[in-house]
Design a protein. Sequence first.
Length: 141
Amino acid sequence: MSGPSLKKTESHSSIHEAALNEAIELRNLYQKCLEDGEHEKALQVAEIAIEHWETRTLKHAEAEEEGLYKEMVEEKPALEKLVNQLTRDHDLMRRIVEDMKERLQTQKADYRMISLFDSLVIIDEIHNEDEMNKLLTNNET
């Protein structure tokens, strides 16, 4: 069973917006560190950003998959295709985060990581829009 805030468009959207804004700030800080030649600091920021994606966005995704999505499909089976698409978004984000973690093992801060951060942001923005406009709108209980 999902928490009541997950089914409420406004509160659910606020959860997404806060996490995404924090992720964008971390991405920008990482880029600034690279530009300033602060590679050690950039590595630290990358670690924090990855942890952020894991503990905020991907934990939230897990809660959606285990509760909200199952409940929505049970209530409206026609939503199954959309839920599969939303779950795929989560899977893509998980794969990118894993790739980022592997890249950090080299202990080298590089600009490729910015592309990965940007990819996460883009996927998450599209995902959030679809979730709000296609899944939750007119489905609040």
